[in-house]
Design a protein around this ligand. Structure first.
Ligand SMILES: [Zn+2]
Length: 434
């Protein structure tokens, strides 16, 4: 009997719920001009580097021209390979690049990229892009129960071709944290001349999309702290009127107060529709811009929010990396705090293993969601899922070997972590009916 191998076999045999992706609709990927529209729809090997891995290549020293070469659909695969090869060698051990190789293995039967195979791999990528290929990649290869998608194609809610496979979040960014009157008027067809009207527009969105959504999502932590103060409608109304007149009229403090009011309004509506609220916390995508001093306060700010809305389940995304200890403290202390490892497995795989072990020793096991690929290209999901499976198996095997977890408890715990927690927290059945 080999403990680690047995646990790994169990993990591989278990379906995984994917609680966070930014997947483009399959129909978008099938458009003839998709590669010209955006890099994340490329049909050569560079699509595998188009979300996250490119950041590590640039941080490893790849110049802007190298990135432009990779992004250009007119450039041949071999020329793309030559532009990135030195930086690929430098960055190859990171989680982002390991995810690329895991996907190469899972989808195309290749161990690594090189100058000799980059054309053949590109041909295989292009050949796979056919109607129905999302289901093949996500169900047959990655062995997912379903995905939850925060679409970057739609403003608020993406009407999907596959509601049972790609459950959609409602984005409250255009409604609350970065209000977009023009778009919201266009979507709702409503006149908006006051805060009162804006509340009705938010209500309209929840009534229309709420019964078909899986959750609510906001990522404005990329632009502000999570210190959402309670601001009344009477206080927010004159600010909102000025904002409607001129979207640059408010100073930073006034703008924050308006966002604070609208955010709490949306949280209450989400709760009416039994939708958990997913919040970006911690590390930033991209490069060269992360204000780490502000991120340090994410968990502290959240503790206020958790206290103010005790009936609202909040999903603390990305484990607040690199402040993941604080996420454990929140999950342990607040019944409505859930922590999601989405994206974390590839930001830092070994930190994520450590995190799972420490989380399980401190907080109830139902508070942890263990996988979200966080990708736009569907091809990258199997790679990330393979890393998550490897990490989960390692974390539980180490806990057993170290005497903190009974081996007999592993099957039930694994099932809970991989899919039961998500199915208890989110109303998948309601969402899948479409
Ligand atoms: Zn994301």
């Amino acid at each position: 009997m080999n403990l680690a191998a047995d646990i790994r076999k169990l993990v591989d045999a278990t379906l995984l719920v994917d609680t966070h992706e930014h997947l483009l609709e399959e129909a978008t990927r099938l458009l003839p001009d998709a590669p010209a529209r955006q890099w994340q729809a490329a049909r050569d090997f560079s699509v595998l580097l188009s979300h996250y891995a490119d950041d590590d290549l640039v941080v490893a020293g790849m110049p802007p021209e190298g990135l432009q070469t990779l992004q250009n659909p007119q450039v041949a695969p071999r020329d793309k390979w030559r532009a990135m090869a030195p930086y690929y060698a430098r960055a190859r051990h990171t989680g982002y690049l390991q995810s690329v190789r895991m996907t190469l293995r899972a989808l195309y039967g290749v161990d690594d990229l090189n100058e000799e195979n980059c054309e053949a791999v590109s041909d295989k990528i292009a050949a796979m892009i056919r109607p129905g290929y999302y289901r093949h990649i996500l169900k047959d290869v990655a062995r997912l129960h379903h995905c939850q998608v925060n679409s970057l194609e739609a403003q608020i809610f993406q009407e999907t071709q596959y509601p049972d496979l790609l459950c959609q979040d409602i984005s409250i960014v255009p409604l609350a944290t970065n209000p977009r009157p023009t778009q919201v008027r266009a979507i709702t067809g409503m006149q908006i001349q006051s805060l009162e009207n804006w509340h009705r527009a938010i209500d309209w969105c929840f009534e229309k999309y709420g019964p078909r959504a899986i959750a609510v999502k906001d990522q404005w932590a990329y632009h502000r702290g999570l210190d959402y103060a309670e601001v009344t409608a009477a206080q927010a109304s004159p600010l909102f009127d000025r904002f409607l007149q001129d979207q640059k009229a408010l100073n930073a403090g006034e703008c924050k107060a308006m966002q604070d009011h609208l955010f709490h309004y949306c949280v209450r509506r989400a709760t009416d529709f039994r939708l958990p609220v997913k919040l970006h916390t911690g590390y930033y995508a991209g490069r060269g811009k992360m204000p780490l001093h502000r991120l340090r306060h994410n968990a502290g700010d959240l503790s206020e929010l958790l206290r103010m809305h005790p009936k609202t389940p909040f999903v603390i995304m990305h484990i607040t990396y690199p402040y993941q200890d604080e996420a454990i403290a929140l999950a342990k202390h607040f019944a409505n705090a859930y922590v999601d490892l989405c994206w974390a497995w590839i930001i830092n795989p070994t930190a994520a293993v450590r995190f799972v072990k420490e989380f399980l020793m401190a907080a109830p096991a139902n508070k942890l969601l263990t996988f979200g690929g966080d990708y736009m290209p569907v091809e990258m999901v199997p790679g990330h899922a393979a890393i998550a499976r490897q990490g989960l198996a390692q974390a539980l095997a180490e806990l057993v070997a170290e005497g903190w977890l009974a081996e007999a408890a592993v099957p039930e715990l694994m099932e809970r972590l991989m899919f039961r927690n998500a199915l208890e927290l989110f109303d998948y059945e309601r969402c899948a009916r479409g």
